[in-house]
Design a binder for this molecule. Structure first.
Ligand SMILES: [Zn+2]
Length: 133
């Protein structure tokens, strides 16, 4: 078999669509011909890559996660104005509280840094100092 004939049958070989006889001829040629072997390996790698791309991805069930959130939003829309305002108010208050807590943490951290400058290491008593001379 000539190189051209072999290379025409490479994809059929990978897809296992050659007859027994053809497959023997092609594989025999591949073992003796470096160029066709490289062609075959490249093609096989490409086919494997494509098969991986085709593999079904695990489907994330976005709707199942989103649906309760949406239901909550719709339910809130149906509430009377006074209740809706109360809910929005309590949400706002909790957010403001959260902000205050964060702010206090930053302030405390800054204060610790500032005050640490004024912390002086206590001087060791004279009798601990090593004798000089
Ligand atoms: Zn060849």
């Amino acid at each position: 078999m000539r190189c051209e004939e072999v290379q025409e049958r490479l994809s059929a070989l990978i897809d296992e669509q050659l007859s027994q006889r053809e497959r023997e001829l092609v594989t025999n040629h591949l073992h003796t011909c470096q160029a066709c072997m490289e062609e075959y390996q490249q093609l096989r790698r490409f086919v494997e890559f494509c098969r991986q791309m085709e593999a079904p991805e695990p489907r994330i069930d976005l709707w199942r996660e989103f649906q309760p959130v949406l239901a909550e939003i719709i339910a809130e829309q149906r509430l009377p104005m006074s209740q809706r305002l109360r809910r929005q108010w309590s949400r706002l208050v909790s957010r403001v509280c959260y902000g205050i807590i964060l702010f206090l943490q930053v302030v405390t951290y800054q204060l610790t840094l500032t005050l640490s400058r004024y912390i002086v290491e206590p001087e060791k008593p004279a009798y601990i100092r090593p004798m000089q001379g």
